[in-house]
Structures are given as C-alpha cells and as structure tokens.
Design a binder for this molecule. Structure first.
Ligand SMILES: [Zn+2]
Length: 270
C-alpha cells in the first residue's frame, strides 16, 4: 500500500514528464474509482499546461495554468506507469503530453481517487480541511505533538495515525519511528514527556527521509519503458518481522488491533 514516501517518490517521478508540458490528451477510462471521477476532468485538463506537482499527505497534486489542480490518491493498489507499451485493463486514466509522453494511472482495486479543484480551494478540499501538519514540516515538532496530545488517553500509535494530528503517516512508518524513539505503541499519548516527543518527531522525520531517499534511488532504475512508479521495498527494523530478533536480541512482537498489526520490541520500547 503506497504510503507518504511512495507518493513523494511518485510525484518526483512524474515531475520530469509533466512539468512545463501541455496535456494533449486526458482520457478517463471509467466513470469512477473510490468515488466518481469529475465529469469535466477531460475538458478542463485537455490543452492545459502543467505548472507544478506537489504532495499533501498521501495525495499527489498536479496544477495547471488554468488554475485547476488534479488531486490523485493511490488507494491500496494505485500506481502510475510511464510510457507503457500498451494499455491494460486497470489503466483508468490516460494522459499524453505535447512531447508524446504517455502516463497511465493503474489501480486494480480502485480504492484510489481523482478529484479536480480550483487552486485557491485546495486547502478547503474535503480530506485536507481538518488535516494536521505535514510530518516533514517545521510545524511538526515536539512542542506541537506535546500540545496536541495533552490530556489524551488514547495510545500514541493511534494518535499518530489520526490525520487530524499529523498528515499522511501510515502504519509502517509509525511502527518504525516508535521503535527508533524507544516508545511503546500502547503508551498513553497524554503521558509522554516533551523530551520523548522531541525524540519521536526526530525519528519520524528520519524514517520518512530514509524511505524517500530509498525510493529516489529505486526511481533512478526505471530506465526501461513501462517503468512503474509507486512501490519500493525496504528493510524494516520491526515492521513485518514478528518472531525475528530485534537489533537488541529480544524478539520482535506483533499485536493485532482492529485488523491492524503493531510490531514492537518490549526491551527497546517502554
Ligand atoms: Zn529491541
């Protein structure tokens, strides 16, 4: 499942193909993904020039010179393919540029989404309206996390996955960062000290930056046509390692809560 670093890497991969270029073809190939694709997407995007690509949480934003922003989410299985040799069943959006580059958004499970909003309305876009700060921004720091969790009895892991507290953090990165910071996932958010929150924020940024860097290096390997953007694998310290040894020698434990796995080390984390 694509998480924040994968989306960041995807946007970086799309940028050289799209930025500054005019879209000569914009063709939705079905009416909906998780929700309907805007009926006027083709008309508003065709002929427009792409002026910028950015990321917000797990969404990619493609802005045009007409003041529109196409917002995509990769859901569980979405990925972009660059210059595919041929179209496949699950290619739901086809773009072509003036340079005859082709991009398709492929999403077999269709949990992703495509939306189109005016550039000055991006902040008010439904999923963004109540969203917390970006985890890699300066606004996300120990003091902020201490303040936003004040009096909260919920486990810190749950608070970090709540998009209202911090945008775009997923299960893998929360497990890894809590391990790096030495904090038990089940610890009550309101009871964690400021120094520990400082350490946690630092760990979150390190884990995300490392994943983005790994994605960037795997991106450079996409020299062949049909390069698929969106996924890369990485070695995790605790995630997916139940029963294996943590670096400290103790076994990595796994706890399942409402269908979601938490991986942690009882010796390293308290
Ligand atoms: Zn350990």
């Amino acid at each position: 499942m694509p998480e924040l670093p994968e989306v960041e890497t995807t946007v970086a991969g799309l940028r050289p193909v799209l930025e500054g270029n005019r879209l000569t073809l914009v063709e939705p190939r079905r009416a909906d993904l998780r929700r309907p694709i805007p009926a006027d997407l083709r008309q508003r995007m065709t002929g427009a020039r792409v002026i910028g690509l950015t990321r917000r949480a797990k969404y990619g934003l493609i802005e045009t010179d007409r003041g529109d922003v196409m917002i995509f989410h990769l859901g569980m299985s979405g990925r972009w393919r660059i210059d595919p040799a041929e179209l496949e069943k699950h290619d739901h959006l086809l773009l072509e540029t003036q340079e005859n580059r082709r991009l398709v958004l492929n999403d077999p499970r269709r949990f992703g989404s495509l939306d189109l909003v005016r550039a000055d309305e991006v902040d008010a876009f439904g999923p963004f309206a109540a969203m917390g700060p970006e985890p890699l921004s300066d606004a996300f720091n120990g003091a902020y996390l201490k303040a936003v969790t004040k009096g909260r009895k919920a486990p810190i892991k749950q608070l970090l996955l709540d998009q209202r507290n911090v945008a775009g953090l997923g299960n893998i990165y929360v497990c890894e960062a809590l391990h790096m910071a030495g904090i038990l996932p089940s610890r009550m958010g309101g009871g964690i000290s400021k120094p520990r929150y400082d350490k946690l924020v630092e760990a979150i940024k390190i884990v995300l930056d490392a994943a983005i860097a790994a994605g960037g290096s795997s991106l450079r390997d996409f020299v062949q046509p049909d390069g698929e953007l969106g996924y890369f694998s990485k070695e995790w310290l605790v995630y997916g390692r139940e029963g294996e040894d943590c670096a400290c020698g103790a076994p990595v434990l796994r706890k399942v809560d409402s269908g979601r796995s938490t991986f942690y080390c009882r010796k390293c984390q308290s």
